[in-house]
Design a protein around this ligand. Structure first.
Ligand code: GLA
Length: 410
């Protein structure tokens, strides 16, 4: 039925060589994906007896799909509803096909995806490149073609493909093989990979050009946790490693700093603003992991802020970079369409006092003589900045100010 690891990798590499195909050609991810995913908020909760509303189950997925459709999330662009790990039963069936846990997914995945589609949303699922998922469920190693066909048959639109329990040296050919089998199904399936993350944290080099040719999205760093320190750690990693992977982001493929955690327990209002604004600067996926049934109105308003989403989804798809960091103040810049630049000022300091700051156009690497800075959360306040007149702002601790700068011809 199936050949061993080395065998199928050789077969796929041979097919790719003969066809002269080298990359992902699924037409997806022209802007960073937006949606909702179980993992950060609901983890591997399988205790439906004690916690029926929060365990990983079809009930949870349907509840989120209902809210995304009814409460404005879908209309704002959040389109994928994705189950992460812990949806599987312990064994494959006698044909080698994946089987969801029958108690938590009694209607089966095909019916669940049909439900999600009936809400005009797209459906995503998780699997792992190795012998087992990170949670210990059957992985795709030796079964990639079968699993790709199963996902297509079930109406899956998005695959998050993890890298636990596998050989890191097999990643380039193995992830490429899964991409090949997904494409071969003829169904458009967004392909999210964790390949760079496992290599980077093991001190290994990553061929990002190849990653980009293979995947629509790729995780580069540790899992986000429900805390400010985790969000800041990710932002700092992105700031220090811009030269390594920033240039590979663009329409069709994106660096992934992990889920949006607004609406959970760990971030203050200011910190939630930071995550939304920074994920916009980073051209990062807006994949929420939170409980949309119980969410503060302030968090919901940030998640649905169309001005931030528009920056995130800017059609040019240029990922922002860190311009400078001094005394706990980071300045980030992202080039946008229509000759605009998004500029963010992030205050990492925990001293509790807002900082008064002043920046020249030279500090912000803006080369013309006059700019209009529009505050980007509300798009209501405008500030004129010239060579003689610096930008003067006040930034809250653990806070961010975000502007769109546009050259002015007076
Ligand atoms: C890894 C991934 C997470 C999540 C879990 C599931 O840790 O990085 O995003 O998918 O596995 O077990």
């Amino acid at each position: 039925m199936f050949c061993q690891m080395t065998c199928w990798i050789l077969v796929v590499v041979a097919i790719l060589a003969v066809r002269g195909l080298h990359g992902l050609d699924n037409g997806l991810g022209l802007t960073p994906p937006m949606g909702w995913l179980t993992w950060e908020r609901f983890r591997c909760n399988m205790d439906c007896d004690r916690d029926p509303d929060n365990c990983i189950s079809e009930h949870l997925i349907k509840a989120m799909a209902d809210i995304m459709a009814a409460n404005g999330y879908r209309d704002a662009g959040y389109e994928y509803v994705i189950i992460d790990d812990c949806w599987l039963g312990p064994e494959r069936d006698t044909n080698g096909r994946l089987v969801p846990d029958p108690n938590r997914f009694p209607s089966g995945i095909k019916n669940l995806s049909a439900y999600v589609h009936s809400k005009n949303l797209k459906f995503g699922i998780y699997q792992d490149f190795g012998t087992k998922t990170c949670g210990g469920f059957p992985g795709s190693e030796f079964y990639m073609q079968t699993d790709a066909e199963t996902f297509a048959d079930w109406g899956v639109d998005y695959l998050k493909f993890d890298g636990c329990n596998s050989n890191l040296y097999d990643f380039p050919s193995g992830y490429e093989a899964m991409g090949f089998f997904l494409n071969k199904t003829g169904r458009s399936i967004f392909y999210s990979c964790e390949w760079p993350f496992y290599k980077i944290v093991s001190g290994l080099q990553v061929d990002f050009a190849k990653v980009r040719k293979t995947c629509n999205l790729w995780r580069n760093y540790y899992d986000v946790q429900d805390s400010w320190s985790s969000v800041l750690d990710i932002v700092n990693f992105w700031g220090s490693n811009s030269k390594i992977f920033t240039k590979y982001a663009g329409p069709g493929g994106w660096n992934d700093p992990d889920m949006i955690i607004l609406g959970n327990f760990g971030l203050s209002y200011e910190e939630e603003r930071v995550q939304m604004a920074m994920w916009a600067i980073l051209a990062a996926p807006l994949i929420m992991s939170n409980d949309l049934r119980h969410i503060r109105s302030s968090s919901k308003a940030l998640l649905l802020n169309r001005n931030l989403i528009a920056i995130n989804q800017d059609k040019l798809g240029i990922q922002g970079i860190l311009l400078q960091k001094q005394n706990g103040i980071q300045i980030w810049s992202r080039d946008l369409s229509f000759n605009r630049t998004a500029v963010a000022f992030l205050n990492e300091n925990s001293d509790g006092m807002p900082r008064f700051l002043s920046f020249s156009l030279v500090d912000l690497k803006l080369t013309s003589s006059t700019y209009n800075f529009t505050e980007a959360f509300d798009m209501k306040t405008n500030i004129l900045v010239t060579r003689q007149r610096p930008l003067k702002i006040k930034v809250n601790p653990h806070g961010i100010n975000l502007y769109i700068a546009k050259e002015m011809h007076l």
